[in-house]
Design a protein around this ligand. Structure first.
Ligand SMILES: *[C@@H]1O[C@H](CO)[C@@H](O)[C@H](O)[C@H]1NC(C)=O
Ligand SMILES: *[C@@H]1O[C@H](CO)[C@@H](O)[C@H](O)[C@H]1NC(C)=O
Ligand SMILES: *[C@@H]1O[C@H](CO)[C@@H](O)[C@H](O)[C@H]1NC(C)=O
Ligand SMILES: *[C@@H]1O[C@H](CO)[C@@H](O)[C@H](O)[C@H]1NC(C)=O
Ligand SMILES: *[C@@H]1O[C@H](CO)[C@@H](O)[C@H](O)[C@H]1NC(C)=O
Ligand SMILES: *[C@@H]1O[C@H](CO)[C@@H](O)[C@H](O)[C@H]1NC(C)=O
Ligand SMILES: *[C@@H]1O[C@H](CO)[C@@H](O)[C@H](O)[C@H]1NC(C)=O
Ligand SMILES: *[C@@H]1O[C@H](CO)[C@@H](O)[C@H](O)[C@H]1NC(C)=O
Ligand SMILES: *[C@@H]1O[C@H](CO)[C@@H](O)[C@H](O)[C@H]1NC(C)=O
Ligand SMILES: *[C@@H]1O[C@H](CO)[C@@H](O)[C@H](O)[C@H]1NC(C)=O
Ligand SMILES: *[C@@H]1O[C@H](CO)[C@@H](O)[C@H](O)[C@H]1NC(C)=O
Ligand SMILES: *[C@@H]1O[C@H](CO)[C@@H](O)[C@H](O)[C@H]1NC(C)=O
Length: 597
């Protein structure tokens, strides 16, 4: 190991301007230069935090109002990632998630760490509608887990809450000095933008020291997302600044003592795509880790800027890093480092199939085929919006094996959720182009009962492709004497990032043909290219390749932007009344098109 490290540091010190040129030849333990594509965790994967434990990498990302929340991803090669669990999988862990009523609220930036064989995740539940100085705006907490694969990936503890008027909390153990554990966090930045720190008792959440300010950054707005790393010579503090938009950047400072004073890196920002025309923008909110070969890596969030801004929300990118002893790290060979779609770096060797736990979970960006077999629960990639009424979702109910029965909620998916939960279950869009289909069997008897598929970014921005029972006249037109079933496409676009109760919602419903009697259709939502979604149905269940009727198309810009990312999946609602008629969904299939950026 010593020998290897010597070779490594010699190699790196010779090559600071060409960081990887000698890695391949230096030693057998180095891997060949390899190409990969960003993002590595695509679609609704903001604020990444990653660690290595032995030969395996683990990441967590922000989940806002999605439940289960705080997805945990794993990889051994840094390129293929699989979601293996969710930190937040039981409503009892955090009942107040149900009170979040802003799309920008909910679970913000988690940090994952591993210490003494235990995993730790610290995060903040943010009630974004409350003032910055309202202490109840921020609920900071720490989850632990001694066996990350246990209990089907859901074996995380109830949280220990701790008091901190801010967000983006991280943990650092000062093992070389005295083993004390410190929280770092971003103080409510409208008020006093600063990175703060204090010593914590992990068992009780009590602070064991005064809260002190470590650094206020280089002057960008919103200094946040702090992490501390110790190298032999110094404590390195890395933070994000500039806000999570186009001015986003990563900056660093270091100190001899953990409490400071912190001296800024001479070439801040160390990582940013601001003021470039890179396809990947808003790069920042990074975390650092190394692999078993001694190579360092960063993950960060980024958004795509194609024909539509942020079509899939904020996603996770990977950046090779050279970090010599005594120096600040260098990201992708640049000062500042830049992030591209096509990257090269000394990736760990591709692992055997045993690299992943033997679960049926799809890799990120790979197809998923959900068949709802008896005696199973919906796969962990599917999320609800806050907490569902679990009794509204039944896998393989009597008489309907291999189907998901959804009872429509009174609240529809545009509602704020305070009249009750909505019957909503979806997965992340993790490829720019995809096709998602599901079979729907539905025999609604009451006006406005509705079930279908939706493409959803927030409650004020979604497309619904559904079957709904509406009044109809003898010519089959909507609005008359009797009731009939129609396929509709509804566009909800409040054209606003705010989702207060007073948004004006536009709901133009494009109405397909009248369908008499019980409905048995295939529904299909497709991202045909980066700017357009299409919505189709077919009543030919025998052949999924034929007889599709296009109901309409929608502009991706109507479901882009925001903090989160796009979801696609299923829902049912009575639009104001609890449905009496169940909707049965089966064969929910999601096919991403690989390699499209
Ligand atoms: C939404 O949250 C804000 C602050 O978090 C609160 O003032 C408001 O009453 C909430 N709205 C509802 C309907 O509960
Ligand atoms: C914990 O933090 C509070 C607020 O800063 C402070 O008043 C208190 O003294 C701290 N506790 C300890 C043990 O330092
Ligand atoms: C670091 O802390 C030690 C012990 O508290 C102190 O003697 C030393 O002066 C501090 N160094 C700096 C640079 O503040
Ligand atoms: C981008 O350019 C603006 C305007 O010149 C400047 O204020 C800002 O600091 C730059 N941002 C970065 C991260 O370089
Ligand atoms: C994003 O893309 C659009 C369209 O290609 C372009 O006009 C705009 O300048 C880009 N923005 C950035 C920050 O690169
Ligand atoms: C990797 O990082 C850990 C701490 O994060 C450190 O203890 C270890 O020495 C590093 N390994 C190499 C090879 O740099
Ligand atoms: C999905 O599963 C169903 C049921 O096993 C099967 O009929 C279908 O062919 C599968 N689709 C794909 C794409 O594997
Ligand atoms: C959906 O819910 C919203 C908010 O409660 C309501 O304004 C709207 O009318 C409902 N949509 C339908 C089609 O009933
Ligand atoms: C409504 O029915 C009339 C025939 O009575 C037909 O001409 C018209 O196109 C229909 N309108 C719609 C919107 O389907
Ligand atoms: C949305 O708002 C923007 C900015 O106010 C405006 O330019 C745009 O036309 C609006 N779009 C729609 C569909 O109303
Ligand atoms: C995307 O697809 C739509 C529908 O086929 C088409 O009208 C549009 O021109 C396409 N846009 C791009 C950028 O290819
Ligand atoms: C719908 O059902 C839920 C749960 O049974 C109940 O709490 C709620 O009041 C009902 N809503 C309406 C509008 O009847």
């Amino acid at each position: 190991m010593q020998y290897l490290l010597k070779i490594l540091s010699l190699c790196l010190s010779l090559s600071s301007s060409l960081p990887f040129s000698c890695a391949a030849g230096a030693s057998q333990t180095f891997d060949k230069l390899a190409s990969y594509s960003n993002p590595i965790i695509s679609g609704f994967a903001p604020d990444p935090s990653c660690i290595r434990v032995e030969e395996q990498f683990f990441c967590v990302t922000s989940s806002f109002s999605a439940f289960p929340g705080i997805p945990v991803y794993t990889s051994r090669d840094l390129v293929q990632w699989k979601q293996i669990g969710n930190v937040l999988s039981r409503p009892e862990q955090l009942p107040t998630l149900s009170q979040v009523n802003q799309t920008t609220g909910g679970i913000w930036a988690a940090t994952i760490r591993h210490h003494d064989n235990r995993f730790f995740v610290t995060t903040t539940l943010v009630f974004d509608g409350k003032p910055q100085l309202d202490p109840t705006r921020w609920d900071n907490m720490i989850f632990t887990n001694d066996d990350i694969f246990s209990n089907n990936g859901n074996g995380w503890s109830d949280p220990v809450h701790f008091s901190f008027e801010g967000y983006d909390t991280s943990l650092f153990w000062d093992d070389d000095v005295d083993g004390k554990v410190y929280v770092q966090g971003s103080h409510a930045w409208h008020v006093f933008p600063a990175i703060q720190s204090f010593e914590i008792d992990l068992n009780t959440g009590k602070n064991l020291s005064e809260i002190i300010t470590l650094w206020t950054g280089t002057g960008g707005i919103a200094p946040e997302g702090p992490h501390i790393y110790k190298r032999s010579d110094a404590y390195y503090l890395m933070i994000a600044e500039g806000g999570t938009g186009l001015g986003h950047m990563e900056t660093m400072a270091r100190a001899e003592n953990i409490t400071g004073p912190y001296t800024p890196c001479p070439y801040n920002p160390v990582l940013t795509n601001a003021n470039t025309t890179e396809y990947l923008q808003t790069v920042g909110h990074a975390d650092l880790f190394n692999d078993t070969n001694g190579n360092w890596w960063a993950v960060a969030l980024a958004t795509r800027n194609g024909t539509v801004n942020f079509p899939m929300g904020r996603e996770t990118v990977l950046v090779p890093v050279v970090w010599e002893e005594g120096q600040f790290p260098v990201f992708n060979g640049g000062k500042p480092g830049r992030v591209h779609v096509s990257m090269t770096g000394p990736l760990p060797l591709k692992q055997s199939p045993t690299a992943f736990p033997d679960t049926i979970d799809p890799l990120v960006g790979h197809p998923q085929n959900v068949t709802f077999p008896p005696n199973t629960t919906p796969p962990r990639q599917l999320v609800y919006y806050r907490f569902p009424d679990f009794s509204s979702f039944t896998v393989s109910p009597d008489g309907h094996p291999n189907a998901l029965r959804i009872m429509g909620s009174a609240e529809n998916i545009t509602g704020d959720g305070f009249a009750g939960t909505s019957s909503f279950i979806m997965r992340r869009q993790d490829a720019l182009e995809f096709s998602a289909t599901s079979r729907l069997q539905f025999d609604p008897r009451v006006e406005n009962e509705e079930a279908g598929m939706s493409l959803f970014i927030q409650r004020t921005q979604h497309f619904d492709l559904s079957v709904v029972r509406l009044p109809v006249n003898n010519a089959g037109n909507v609005t008359a004497e009797r009731l009939g079933n129609f396929v509709i496409l509804r566009t909800i676009d409040a054209n606003s990032s705010s989702d207060g109760l007073h948004d004006t919602l536009s709901t133009p419903a494009v109405v397909g043909p009248l369908m008499e009697g019980p409905v048995d259709v295939l529904l299909k939502i497709q991202a045909v290219n980066a700017s357009t979604y299409s919505f189709s149905y077919s009543d030919n269940q025998k052949d999924k390749n034929s007889d599709w009727v296009l109901v309409g198309t929608g502009a991706a810009s109507e479901v882009s932007g925001g903090f989160t990312g796009t979801l696609v999946g299923m829902f049912a609602t009575g639009n104001g009344r609890n449905s009496t008629t169940p909707a049965y969904f089966s064969d929910f299939e999601y096919f991403p098109v690989e390699g499209v950026y």
